[in-house]
Design a protein around this ligand. Structure first.
Ligand code: BGC
Length: 253
């Protein structure tokens, strides 16, 4: 059987990763390419890397791209862990021009939203009803909220204020590494954060994503929260897969 293919690129603070995606299976199709994020990570430099990755695959079709930013109709309104010159940049136009693609063939979305789209499309098939929240624990905390499977885009729940602090500065996975916290100390911080979140939106399910979801057995059982929390199924590839789904579904925001 010939797979239905798409293409996704996940732009992060340290690496830019892209691959063809098997849209039937919700999996990477082939080996992904990762190129370190240019420093400074200005729009033009990032666009060059995105083009390089797409060209290395010889891909000519539609492309979905994630950014660690609030994106509305292709324009970046925040810039977390990427150069501040992204603010106000029309990222869809930029990537479209660089890749030689029509506007409809490029979709740019928030990285956590993309990861959530992948999880909700291919993981946890019996749990899509109600309010499902994906949280990505990495350098920061990203969030994606779904109501009966439909994305509410650009939620920024990583920035909830918890005990007077921006939550991601207390409970991101990077904080565990930087401060050398034990799993149980970090899990306490994550619990505190999730309790704040669940008091505000009462999710039915929370999916824990980001690189640290690979070690879910070390910290999910330590959480003291009301909501069922499950590990992400697609893990680190979720951003790439979700970006490819977003362009197929025409999620232009
Ligand atoms: C940003 C979000 C992003 C998340 C994960 C947060 O700091 O505000 O837009 O999704 O980091 O990269």
């Amino acid at each position: 059987m010939v797979a239905t293919l798409g293409f996704g690129v996940d732009v992060g603070g340290s690496g830019i990763k892209g691959c063809t995606v098997d849209l039937e299976a919700g999996k990477l199709h082939g080996e992904r390419i990762r190129i370190p994020t240019p420093d400074p990570s200005k729009p033009d430099a990032v666009a060059d890397v995105v083009k390089d990755i797409v060209d290395q695959f010889g891909w000519r079709g539609p492309v979905g791209v994630t950014l660690p930013a609030v994106i509305k109709r292709g324009v970046a309104y925040t810039a977390a862990n990427i150069d501040k010159s992204w603010l106000g940049t029309n990222a869809s136009e930029l990537f479209g021009e660089r890749l030689g693609l029509a506007p409809a063939d490029v979709v740019v979305i928030n990285d956590a939203d993309a990861a959530g789209i992948a999880e909700i499309s291919y993981g946890w098939p019996d749990d899509r009803e109600g309010v499902v929240v994906l949280l990505t624990f990495g350098t920061g905390i990203g969030s994606a909220v779904f109501v009966d499977g439909k994305l509410v885009p650009n939620t920024e729940f990583g920035h909830l204020e918890v005990d007077g602090h921006d939550a991601e500065t207390r409970a991101a996975a990077s904080v565990k590494d930087d401060k050398g916290l034990s799993w149980s100390d970090w899990a306490q911080r994550v619990s505190r954060y999730i309790r704040g979140l669940e008091d505000l939106i009462w999710p039915d399910l929370i999916i824990a994503g980001g690189g640290v979801s690979r070690k879910a057995d070390k910290w999910l059982p330590l959480l003291e929260v009301r909501t069922r929390v499950v590990p992400a199924e697609l893990r680190n590839d979720a951003g790439i897969v979700g970006a490819a789904v977003a362009v197929r579904e025409n999620m232009h925001g």
